[in-house]
Design a protein around this ligand. Structure first.
Ligand SMILES: *Cc1c(COP(=O)(O)O)cnc(C)c1O
Length: 404
């Protein structure tokens, strides 16, 4: 081997300068960023917020996705981070210091509640839970140490809609910032920044990714100083995103409105079917007139995501496992917002005092994908036949017992 070949292997011919334009987002990979002169190299730290200094702090691909999200959220800047959870931890740590308080609704995404209690707690940041149905009355809970109020509307698993504008006004009056986990609605159905919220957060892993193969989160803001605080904190935590994931996310965004409209349409028809079933004790969907916060949802939201829950009659709990196993299209899985329909079973009552309105029984959360409505209904009908069969057998057994 000729040793001089080594150099040629690491220095490919210079790229053609011929202009190239495509509709797809170009993927530009880099850890190392190089500079033409010493002065630009030495001043690279100044480029942290707007330019390129090191791959971890942004590539043209990640910046393009961030600019796109900022525009969709009607904000001035956005930051993309490795997951929705990373976004929630980052936002809270950027705003709160030891000795300060953060208010979190009881309906906040479970792992984030856990993070607030078990990770931020020992760091001296006290997380205090509040009833998601509080409106301006949340003011009574905001003291001089409260820096941040989280909202999640509608809330995880049970979908109570919060009065985000009223909560935001009360928080601002008391000098606290507001962050909203807007994953369910996304920027398409609710724009938190337009309602005064300071930080709009989304798990892009859900609707934007949309295919069950991407993890990413975003934070969008109006305020440049707040953006810098978030960006600094992301740097200290070493958060970065891969350009491939950014391009995948960008591709997901392009079809997201069509997918969300379709999923909502199918979901509403499935809600109608479930409403007529004797196995279902309660439907948990913001579009239902008797749902907590329905009027606020109608006032503030431009529609529904295809994600909702229902309460199964408690006496059917022992049959759940068989029924879930018999489903062919709906798969058991904890994520949502993708092209595949999913079911997640939970007990949201754990650690929540604000569920007096919820009927007893297991809660099934459905995320409706892009399968045909007829096929999804056939899948549910066949599985629900197992419930019906058990009820007939149970009645027959009870009749036989009564006849003895
Ligand atoms: C999934 C989810 C998150 C977390 O997102 P990941 O990207 O999975 O970490 C946060 N909030 C809500 C409401 C979610 O559904």
């Amino acid at each position: 081997m000729n040793r001089r070949d080594d150099t040629a292997h690491v220095h490919p011919p210079k790229r053609s300068e011929e202009p190239f334009q495509a509709v797809a987002m170009p993927v530009e990979r880099a850890s190392t960023v190089v500079f033409d002169d010493l002065e630009s190299f030495e001043r690279r730290v100044e480029r942290l917020y707007d330019g390129f200094s090191y791959g971890l702090y942004g590539t043209p691909t990640s910046r393009q996705l961030e600019d796109h999200i900022a525009a969709l959220e009607c904000g001035s800047r956005a930051l993309v981070v490795p997951s929705g959870m990373a976004a929630m931890t980052l936002a809270t740590m950027a705003v709160c210091r030891g000795g300060e308080r953060v208010l979190i609704p009881e309906t906040l995404y479970g792992p984030a509640r856990d993070m607030a209690e078990r990770f931020l707690g020992p760091l001296g940041i006290e997380a205090v839970s509040y009833d998601p149905r509080l409106d301006a009355s949340i003011a009574a809970m905001i003291d001089g140490r409260t820096r941040l109020v989280w909202a999640e509307s509608p809330g995880s698993a049970t979908f109570e809609v919060q009065d985000v504008p009223a909560i935001t006004a009360a928080a601002h009056k008391a000098g606290a910032l507001v962050a909203a986990d807007n994953t369910w609605a996304s920027h398409l159905l609710f724009k938190p920044l337009a309602h005064g919220v300071d930080i709009s957060m989304q798990a892009l892993s859900k609707h934007a990714g949309g295919h069950g193969d991407l993890l990413m989160g975003s934070l969008a803001v109006h305020d440049h100083a707040l953006f810098r605080r978030l960006k600094d904190t992301a740097r200290f935590l070493g958060y970065g995103v891969s350009p491939e994931d950014c391009a995948l996310c960008e591709r997901g965004l392009m079809t997201m409105p069509v997918r969300m409209r379709h999923a909502d349409d199918t979901a509403r028809k499935i809600v109608a079917w479930l409403s007529g079933r004797p196995e279902v004790a309660q439907i948990l969907h913001p579009g239902q007139p008797d749902h907590p916060g329905h009027a606020i949802w109608k006032r503030d939201f431009a529609g529904s995501a295809g994600v909702f829950s229902f309460v199964l009659r408690p006496e059917l709990a022992p049959l759940q496992s068989d029924v879930l196993r018999s489903l062919r299209l709906f798969r058991l899985g904890a994520s949502w917002g993708g092209v595949h329909s999913l079911i997640a079973v939970s007990d949201p009552r754990k650690g929540r005092a604000s569920l007096d309105w919820l009927k007893p029984g297991p809660v099934w959360r459905l995320s409706i994908g892009l399968e045909a409505l007829e096929d999804l209904l056939a899948d549910l009908s066949r599985a629900f036949e197992l419930f019906a069969e058990a009820r007939r057998n149970g009645t027959a057994a009870a009749d036989a017992k009564a006849a003895e």
